[in-house]
Design a protein around this ligand. Structure first.
Ligand code: AMO
Length: 428
C-alpha cells in the first residue's frame, strides 16, 4: 500500500509532465464513462483529475466520494477546464472508505446550518470555504507575530490556571485544583504587566476564558486574545502599535492570501488609516444629540454602539473613558482624574480591543481595588512586583476571533473558531 506522497497537487508543474508521482487525497467527484473512470482528487493544496483506464485493482469498484485514496501515475497535460494537469493512473489504493450518507456535504452544494457544521467540524473542514477561513487565520497569526517581533516584542506564555482573578471577580470559571479552588485565566493582564520589568515589550497570543452567559455572535467562553504590554509607552503609543498591526494584517493577507479569498468568496479591502480617534465625551454628545438618554459616566450599551458605529464606520478608537468604568489597573489622566488614559478599538459597533496606560503606583492600585470591592490581599503576589522597579507601561488586548470576522465580513465568531465554546456548546 503506497500512502507516502511524492507531491502535493499544487506542486505539479510543467517540469513534472511525463514523470511518475504519488498523490494522496479525497475523491471529490467520480464519473464513469465506458471503461474509463474520471476522478477529481482533492488534497489540501488543490484538485487534480485522475484518469483510470479499466479496473486497475479489485476494490476500485467500491470507490465512492470522499474516500481517501493514493494514486501512483504519470503526469500529463489536460484539456479539462478545471485542472492544470491530469494523472494517468497506474495504481490506486483505497486507504479509507467514506461511509455515506455523510452528515454534512463537504463540497458545500447542500448547505448545512452552522450548528450541524460545528457538530461535524472535521468534515466541514473539507469544505473549501471553511478551510480557506482557517488557512487565512494561520496567515493572520503569522503576520501578527512577524510585525510584533519586528517591533521588538517578545512572545510569552502565561499560566491559564490561576489562583485569583486577573480582571476582577466577575466571569471567572472555577475548577477544583488538588483540594483548592483555581480559576481559568480571563486574560494575561497581571503577568504581562509584570514581564515589562525584565523584557520591556511582551506579547501573548493564547486562549482565555470568560464565564459570560452571553448568546451573541461576538462572545465565546473560550476566545483567543492577542495581548501586548510595553514599558515606557503611553496609551497613544500602544494605539499606534495596534493600528499598524491591524493595517499590516489586512495588507499581508490581501497580498498573500489570494487563494483563500477566492475560496471564501470575499475580497479583503485594506481599511483607510490613520484610524479616527473619538473621545468618550464626544460620543456621549453625539448620542444626546439624537435623543438618547445617556449621561457622562454611563457605560455604552449595545444600542448606543450601533448608533456610534453608524457615525464612524470602519475602524476608530474610542478614547478617554471615565475612570469609574475602567478596571483597577488603568491610570487616570493628569489633567482630569475623572478620565482615564484608556481606549477601545472599535469596528463599527464591534469592540475589537481595549487597553490603556497602567497605574504603576502600588498604593493607587490598592485603593482602586478597594473601590471596586476587590481585596488587595488577593493581589499580593502582583503588588509586590511594583516594589522591584516597575516601569511605566501600557498595553491592550484584542480579540483575534473578532478581528477575523472584520477581515472576512461576517458577524459570527463561531465561523472562525475550530470548536467554539459558548454557554450552549461544550462538545465536540
Ligand atoms: P477586555 O476584557 O476588553 O480587556 O478584552 C479584550 C478584548 O478581548 C475580546 N473579548 C472577547 N472575545 C470573544 N468572546 C469574549 N467573551 C470576549 N471577551 C473579550 C474583545 C475585547 O475587546 N486585560 C484587558 C486588555 C488590556 O487592557 O490589556 C482585557 O482583557 O475583542
Amino acid at each position: 500500500m503506497a500512502f507516502v506522497k511524492t507531491h502535493d497537487i499544487s506542486e505539479l508543474d510543467s517540469g513534472t509532465i511525463g514523470k511518475e508521482v504519488v498523490l494522496g487525497g479525497w475523491v471529490e467527484d467520480l464519473r464513469k464513462l465506458g471503461k474509463m473512470t474520471f476522478i477529481t482528487l482533492r488534497d489540501v493544496s488543490g484538485i487534480s483529475q485522475i484518469i483510470v483506464k479499466g479496473d486497475l485493482n479489485d476494490n476500485l469498484g467500491e470507490l465512492n466520494r470522499q474516500s481517501v485514496i493514493s494514486v501512483r501515475g504519470i503526469v500529463q497535460e489536460t484539456k479539462a477546464r478545471d485542472f492544470d494537469f491530469e494523472i494517468k493512473a497506474e495504481e490506486i489504493d483505497v486507504l479509507a472508505k467514506a461511509i455515506h450518507p455523510l452528515p454534512v456535504d463537504p463540497i458545500g452544494r447542500l448547505e448545512s446550518n452552522i450548528d450541524t457544521r460545528l457538530n461535524h467540524r472535521a468534515l466541514d473542514m473539507r469544505n473549501q470555504k471553511t478551510a480557506s477561513i482557517f488557512k487565512l487565520r494561520h496567515h493572520v497569526l503569522a503576520s501578527l507575530r512577524k510585525t510584533l517581533s519586528e517591533k521588538k516584542f517578545i512572545e510569552i506564555t502565561t499560566p491559564k490556571i490561576i489562583g485569583s482573578a486577573s480582571e476582577g471577580g466577575a466571569n471567572l470559571f472555577s475548577l477544583e485544583y488538588f483540594g483548592r479552588t483555581a480559576y481559568l485565566a480571563q486574560s494575561p493582564q497581571l503577568y504581562k504587566e509584570q514581564m515589562t520589568i525584565g523584557l520591556e515589550r511582551v506579547f501573548e497570543i493564547s486562549s482565555f476564558y470568560r464565564a459570560e452567559n452571553s448568546h451573541t455572535g461576538r462572545h465565546l467562553s473560550e476566545f483567543t486574545s492577542v495581548d501586548i504590554e510595553a514599558a515606557f509607552m503611553d496609551y497613544s503609543d500602544v494605539m499606534d502599535v495596534l493600528e499598524s498591526l491591524v493595517i499590516e494584517v489586512y495588507k499581508y493577507t490581501s497580498e498573500n492570501c489570494k487563494k483563500e479569498q477566492e475560496g471564501m468568496g470575499h475580497t479583503i479591502e485594506i481599511p483607510s488609516f490613520p484610524f479616527e480617534r473619538v473621545t468618550y465625551s464626544q460620543v456621549i454628545e453625539e448620542l444626546k444629540s439624537v435623543g438618547e438618554k445617556v449621561e457622562f459616566g454611563d457605560d455604552l450599551l449595545d444600542s448606543h454602539l450601533r448608533i456610534v458605529g453608524k457615525n464612524h464606520p470602519g475602524f476608530y478608537f474610542l478614547t478617554d473613558w471615565p475612570m469609574k468604568l475602567k478596571p483597577f489597573y488603568i491610570r487616570e489622566k493628569d489633567e482630569n482624574p475623572e478620565l482615564s488614559r484608556s481606549f477601545d478599538l472599535q469596528y463599527g459597533y464591534l469592540e475589537l480591543s481595549s487597553g490603556g496606560t497602567r497605574l504603576h503606583d502600588p498604593e493607587m492600585i490598592k485603593s482602586r481595588l478597594k473601590e471596586q470591592g476587590l481585596d488587595p490581599a488577593q493581589f499580593a503576589d502582583h503588588l509586590q512586583t511594583f516594589d522591584w522597579g516597575m516601569p511605566p507601561h501600557s498595553g491592550w488586548g484584542m480579540g483575534l476571533d473578532r478581528l477575523m470576522t472584520t477581515l472576512i465580513g461576517i458577524d459570527n465568531v463561531r465561523e472562525v473558531v475550530l470548536y467554539p465554546r459558548d454557554p450552549d456548546r461544550l462538545t465536540p
